[in-house]
Ligand binder design. Structure first.
Ligand code: NAD
Length: 412
């Protein structure tokens, strides 16, 4: 077996990784060890590769990081490895977005996609294998990781099947429709040492990140109150949204973004959740399409109140709109979308306008997930975060129905 490096230091990681012939991973590592004594320190990593009889991209990433550490190579070289094989479940509104972001990520390869037959051509044009049966895709393929962008009520079934295969999982929000299913996903991922990432996109949106950083820098003193709005036409592209059992109404589907972000800003879960909601005709069903949720925080970093309003009560001509304002002891920060409004920061002494020209949060979240796998660290938004967001939403849904306030700790 020929590894043609003169010395370990002259040997780039890409040479090492790409020159590895297909075959027994152990042979390859033994050969490296013989040629380069420094590698003896990592030879025990051979066991990672031996599990499958060959090195998976995941094992290679572990190995490449170890090699980089030993040789003090530039960390950018660590990324020069075979792209991770990604399976995508769902090719609807979100699946299509994730497919393009995987395609644009140099460390990932969109390997296969599950969706309905009408999507076959588009999926094959992306260079991925098409499946119209997700069970079949799981049985036939080997992935490093999967992205699940199917309807909310299917996340656990597909996610658990993927976790059982040992694949890392990125789940669209909401994590699932019930707390029990969120729990199953978290327990399974922990047991199998699987990285579970969540698509809470505001935590990857450069504007929302900039707001968080500005607050942390003390620009508005101690933050006290956060108010968010999120409005748009109903998601008429699929009927499952208009079935409360499947989507959880506008509360689980839309306002979850802001509720998760507010909790993240506050650095903790709310103590109490109270909500009001109004039913509108969505598809053939009357269900909650407008909601207002109030979060009371007791032990936060200052934030005491969070308000989140969400609405699907808009005509198709109404642009999807969001806003956020955070009031603090020494000022206020606010932002609105759409429009080319900068983030505004008002304090006693000044008024500042900050333009954030952002990369798409959807691209950022996929990049984070891929890098997390390569580096072997948890993704930025965890399964525990995903479950907390669902818990807050379910408490809000119950509060809107019963007109009670719920103590979140005791809510099950
Ligand atoms: N992060 C965001 O901003 C955002 C935006 C929209 C949707 N979402 C979330 O993404 C997920 C998917 O939403 P979408 O709008 O892409 O949905 P969609 O209806 O547009 O697409 C769903 C996909 O899943 C497949 N599918 C349909 N029924 C299925 C079933 N019973 N089992 C398995 N697969 C099925 C469809 O073929 C399609 O490929 C949802 O959880 C939704 O809440 C997130």
């Amino acid at each position: 077996m020929n590894q043609s490096c003169e010395s370990p230091r002259q040997c780039s990681l890409s040479t090492l990784i790409y020159q590895r012939p297909h075959g027994d991973a152990n042979d390859w590592l033994v050969s490296l060890t013989e040629n380069h004594p420094g590698f003896a320190k990592i030879v025990d990593l051979a066991s990672v590769g031996k599990v499958a009889g060959f090195l998976t991209s995941q094992a290679k990433s572990v190995l490449s990081i170890a090699i980089a550490a030993i040789l003090s190579l530039d960390e950018s070289n660590v990324m020069m490895m075979d792209p991770l094989k990604i399976g995508l479940f769902g090719f609807g509104f979100m699946g299509k977005t994730h497919a393009l972001n995987v395609k644009n990520n140099p460390n990932a390869q969109l390997s296969a996609v599950f969706s309905v037959e009408k999507d076959r051509l588009d999926i094959e044009q992306l260079g991925a294998k098409f499946y119209d049966d997700w069970h079949e895709m799981i049985a036939a393929e080997i992935f490093d990781a999967v992205i699940i962008a199917t309807p909310t009520f299917t996340h656990a079934e597909i996610g658990l099947a993927a976790i059982n295969k040992g694949w890392h999982v990125f789940l669209e929000k909401p994590m699932e429709r019930t707390l029990g299913k969120c729990q199953l996903l978290n327990e399974a991922a922990e047991k199998r040492q699987i990285l579970l990432g969540m698509g809470h996109v505001l935590r990857f949106d450069d504007e929302y990140l900039a707001i968080k950083e500005k607050i942390a820098s003390g620009a508005i003193g101690i933050p006290k109150m956060v108010r968010c709005t999120r409005r748009g036409p109903p998601p008429g592209w699929s009927t499952w949204f208009f079935d409360e059992e499947k989507s959880g109404t506008v509360i689980l589907d839309l306002t979850i973004h802001d509720l998760d972000y507010i909790c993240w800003l506050a650095g903790t879960a709310p103590k109490h959740v109270t909500a009001s909601a109004s039913s509108i005709l969505l598809g053939n069903n009357n269900m909650f399409g407008i909601s207002h949720v109030v979060l009371d925080f007791e032990a936060s970093n200052g934030i005491e109140l969070g308000f989140a309003e969400a609405s699907w009560a808009a005509t198709a001509s109404y642009p999807f709109s969001t806003s956020i304002e955070v009031a603090g002891t020494d000022g206020m920060i606010s932002s609105q979308v759409p429009g080319k409004h900068p983030i505004e920061i008002y304090s006693d002494k000044s008024r500042e306008a900050m333009n954030v020209f952002s990369k798409d949060g959807y691209a950022n979240e996929i990049d984070d997930f891929i890098i997390a796998i390569v580096e072997g660290r948890p993704p930025k938004v965890s399964g525990a975060d995903g479950m907390l967001a669902v818990k807050v939403c379910l408490a809000a849904l119950e509060s809107a129905k019963s007109h009670e306030t719920f103590d979140l700790e005791g809510f099950t």
